[in-house]
Ligand binder design. Structure first.
Ligand code: B1M
Length: 211
């Protein structure tokens, strides 16, 4: 019997060797790859998300947990056809034009990936045109923008305007976040949602895709 509890605990404590070992064992015992993801790896990451939100875990610990989860995912993924991978929606994620801060944005990406979302992380200093191009290319459910500067948060508005001009706005939900960004600002620029932290951003994204 696969030790899913041990696997989930290994993710929570960031013990990537233990997670890899238990994942390998589960595979050898014939456990279904998707079951390993849902019952072991994602369960662990859900605990991490909740603890991070509650201020009981900090950024470095979350990064270790994400790394441990990846150790398991890397073993399981090759065994699954792309079409059978659990997918909770596709997200195009980036830090807006003029802004080079990416630690929080990457945390948002990790949380979303850990919840089974397909995240296309465009990186930093992403212009409105680049966001629009990515929407055309990847056809995501969600565009997620991060900004850490009071000056660059205005680029979120520009990006929404370009998406509108290019006829892409109605095909996606837009969510925004980052230290200076508020719920009021999100409403003002016509975003579909705002989240204060990475775990809440993941919850919001899942909610917006109906998961
Ligand atoms: Co910069 N920086 N920085 N910086 N930097 C801040 C943001 C600043 C508050 C520092 C300060 O003055 N006290 C200040 C901004 C002031 C303002 O505009 N209000 C500032 C400044 C001024 C600058 C420069 C202009 C400095 C200069 O050159 N004069 C410059 C700008 C460069 C540029 O972007 N063009 C600059 C540069 C840098 C470094 C490159 C040195 C480095 C970034 C390295 C990197 O990211 N790879 C850096 C850093 C590290 C910081 C601080 C110290 C830490 C930011 C961070 O990573 N926090 C920051 C001060 C601070 O916050 N204490 C500061 C940890 C991270 C986990 O939190 O990113 O807030 P955060 O993400 C959170 C939430 O905001 C949220 O979830 C995350 C956690 O759960 N979140 C989202 C983030 N994105 C989200 C998206 C969502 C939802 C939630 O939905 C899509």
């Amino acid at each position: 019997m696969a030790d899913y509890e041990g696997m989930a605990n290994g993710v929570v404590s960031g013990d990537f060797n233990r997670v890899a070992e238990l994942t390998r064992q589960a595979i050898d015992e014939g456990a279904a790859p998707v079951e390993i993801i849902n019952e072991g790896l994602i369960k662990g990451m859900n605990v991490v998300g909740a603890r991070f939100k509650a201020g009981e875990m900090y950024v470095p610990e979350v990064m270790m947990a994400a790394r441990a989860m990846k150790a398991g995912m890397d073993l399981v993924k090759p065994l699954i056809a792309e079409s059978d991978l659990p997918t909770a929606g596709k997200v195009v994620l980036g830090t807006v034009a003029g802004d080079l801060h990416d630690i929080g944005k990457n945390l948002v990406g990790m949380m979303m990936e850990s919840a089974g979302m397909n995240v296309i992380n465009l990186g930093v200093d992403i212009s409105p045109e680049k966001f629009a191009e990515a929407v055309r290319e990847h056809k995501p459910d969600i565009v997620a923008m991060s900004a850490l500067l009071t000056t660059t948060m205005l680029a979120m508005k520009d990006t929404i305007e370009v998406l509108q001009e290019e006829g892409l706005r109605d095909s996606v939900k837009v969510i925004v976040g980052g230290a200076p960004v508020t719920n009021d600002f999100a409403t003002e620029i016509g975003a579909d949602g705002w989240a204060p932290d990475a775990a809440s951003a993941k919850d919001l994204a899942l909610e917006l895709v109906g998961k």
